[in-house]
Design a protein around this ligand. Structure first.
Ligand code: GDP
Ligand code: MG
Length: 440
C-alpha cells in the first residue's frame, strides 16, 4: 500500500519549506493509505482533517525540518486516536475481578481466555476460566484443553451449576471462585458468525448477572469495513470496556483497529498474535500506528531525528547538570544533536520541570547553533572541560580562531554558565528563573 506514501514522504523530506500544496498532496496520500488499510471513511476524514490543520500550522513552519515535522504529526495523531498510552486491565477492589469476553464466533475469544489466564498467572494471579459458550458443540472441551495448556483452573457446566444455561453457569462460577480463592474469573461466551439478537441478549444477561470489571470485545484484525458495524452492535447490545485485537500475526494492516477505537471510544488493551498461548501482548498504539501506515521507513527517519534525545540521554544530561559536571563539551554535543532535530522543544519536554522554558525556546534560531559550534570548536579540550580557565587572552584567541568577536565569545560563556545553573535547578526538580534569558 504505502510505497506511494513512503515516496511522498521522501519527496517531502528533501524540501526546506512546505507549501500548502505539498501538504495537501501528502494528506491525499495518507487518506488513500488509510482507506486501503480498511479504515472507515468517517475516521479517515477526521484524521486527515486533523493532520492537515496541524501541518499547515506554526509548528511545521518553525521546525528545522518541516517534512520530518509533518511525518511526526501523522504518527502522533495516529497514536492519539489509537489511545495514546496503553491502558491496563482494571482489577476489582474486592476479588474476584471478573473479565468477560465477547465477540463473533471465530474471533479468538476462547484462545484469548487461555492467553490472558496464562499471562495473569505469571503475575501470581489465580485465574479461573469459565465455559459459558454452550452453543457450539465442543466449545466447553476446547476451553478445558486451553485451560490445561495454560495451567489454570476451569469451571464447566455440570448438573447443579446450570447445565445449558450460561447465565446460571456464570453466576455459579463466581461463587465457586470466591470459595476456591480464584482472584480472577474469565468468562468465555458464545458468538455467531454474524451479529445475532439472541446471543447478544445472552451476553448482555451474563453481563448483568456477573457485573464484570472488564468486558473485552475480541475482534479479528482481518475484519475489514465490517469491523465498525460489528463493534457498534456489540457496544449497543452488551457494551464493552475494552477491545482485544486478535490475529495480528496475519498480514492484515489492522485499519479496523483504528476505526473501532475511534468509533466506539474504547481502548485496545491487548493484541493476540498467533495460535500459541504465548502469542499475546499488551497493545502498543505506536506499533499499531506504524503498521497501519507502514511507517517503517518513516519511523526510522523520526528515530534518527530523535535518538539524540532519547530519555536515557536526557537522564544522563540531567545527572550531569545536577552534579555540576556539565561541560562546554557536553554543551557542544547537545548543540550538534539539536541541529539534527526537528525541534529543540522535544529535548526540553524530556527534562523534568522544563516546561517554563518552552516559550523562550520558541524563538530558537538555528544559526545560533552554528556560531556556538564555531566558538566551542576553537577552544582546547581543557578549556571546554573547565570553562573557568577562560581568561581574557584565551577568549581573544578563541574569538580570532572562530571568526567571532570577543563579545560573542563572552556571551556564549555567560549563556553556558546561566544554562548550567538553570539546568541544575531544573534537574533538581525546581523551576528555573532566569529573567530575560535568550535561547540556550
Ligand atoms: P472464538 O470462537 O471467538 O472462541 O475463537 P477461537 O478462540 O476458537 O479461535 C478461532 C480460531 O482462530 C482458532 O483456530 C484459533 O486457533 C485461531 N486464533 C485465535 N487467535 C489467533 C491469533 O491471534 N492468531 C492466529 N493466527 N490464529 C488465532
Ligand atoms: Mg470460543
Amino acid at each position: 500500500l504505502s510505497s506511494r506514501l513512503t515516496e511522498t514522504f521522501k519527496n517531502l523530506r528533501t524540501k526546506g519549506k512546505l507549501s500548502p500544496a505539498d501538504i495537501d498532496g501528502t494528506v491525499r496520500e495518507i487518506r488513500r493509505a488509510l482507506l486501503e488499510a480498511d479504515v472507515s471513511l468517517n475516521v479517515v476524514k477526521a484524521f486527515t482533517g486533523a493532520v492537515r490543520e496541524r501541518a499547515l500550522g506554526d509548528e511545521v513552519n518553525r521546525a528545522l525540518n518541516p517534512a520530518q515535522q509533518v511525518v511526526q504529526i501523522v504518527n502522533e495523531e495516529l497514536v492519539a486516536i489509537l489511545g495514546g498510552n496503553q491502558r491496563r486491565l482494571q482489577f476489582a477492589k474486592k476479588p474476584p475481578t471478573v473479565i468477560m469476553l465477547a465477540g463473533l464466533q471465530g474471533a479468538g475469544k476462547t484462545t484469548l481466555a487461555g492467553k490472558l489466564a496464562k499471562y495473569l498467572a505469571k503475575d501470581k494471579h489465580t485465574p479461573l476460566l469459565v465455559a459459558c459458550d454452550l452453543q457450539r458443540p465442543n466449545a466447553v472441551t476446547q476451553l478445558e484443553v486451553v485451560a490445561k495448556n495454560a495451567g489454570v483452573a476451569v469451571f464447566s457446566p455440570e448438573p447443579g451449576n446450570g447445565v445449558g444455561d450460561p447465565v446460571k453457569v456464570a453466576k455459579a462460577s463466581i461463587k465457586y471462585a470466591i470459595d476456591k480463592q480464584h482472584d480472577i474469573v474469565i468468562i468465555d461466551t458464545a458468538g455467531r458468525l454474524g451479529v445475532d439478537a439472541e446471543l447478544m441478549k445472552q451476553a448482555s444477561d451474563i453481563r448483568k448477572a456477573t457485573n464484570p470489571d472488564e468486558v473485552l470485545f475480541v475482534i479479528d484484525a482481518m475484519t475489514g469495513q465490517d469491523a465498525v458495524a460489528t463493534a457498534l452492535a456489540f457496544q449497543e447490545g452488551v457494551d464493552f470496556t475494552g477491545v482485544v485485537l486478535s490475529k495480528l500475526d496475519g498480514d492484515a494492516r489492522g485499519g479496523a483497529a483504528l476505526s473501532v477505537v475511534s468509533e466506539t471510544h474504547r481502548p485496545i488493551l491487548f493484541a493476540s498474535t498467533g495460535e500459541n498461548l504465548d502469542d499475546f501482548e499488551p497493545f502498543y498504539p505506536d506499533r499499531m500506528a506504524s503498521r497501519i501506515l507502514d511507517l517503517g521507513d518513516i519511523l526510522t527517519l523520526i528515530e534518527q531525528a530523535q535518538e539524540a534525545f532519547d530519555e536515557d540521554e536526557a537522564a544522563k544530561v540531567a545527572q550531569k547538570f545536577a552534579t555540576d559536571t556539565f561541560t562546554l563539551e557536553d554543551f557542544l554535543s547537545q548543540m550538534q544533536q539539536l541541529r539534527n532535530m526537528g525541534s529543540i522543544k522535544k529535548m526540553m519536554s524530556m527534562l523534568p520541570g522544563a516546561g517554563a522554558m518552552k516559550a523562550q525556546l520558541d524563538n530558537f534560531d538555528e544559526r545560533e547553533i552554528v556560531r556556538t559550534e564555531a566558538i566551542i570548536q576553537s577552544m582546547t579540550i581543557a578549556e571546554r572541560r573547565t570553562p573557568k580557565l577562560l581568561n581574557g587572552s584565551r577568549r581573544l584567541r578563541i574569538a580570532k580562531g572562530s571568526g567571532m568577536s570577543v563579545t560573542e565569545v563572552n556571551a556564549l560563556v555567560n549563556r553556558f554558565e546561566q544554562a548550567a545553573k538553570m539546568m541544575k535547578t531544573v534537574a533538581k526538580g525546581g523551576v528555573p528563573q532566569i529573567p530575560g534569558m535568550g535561547p540556550i
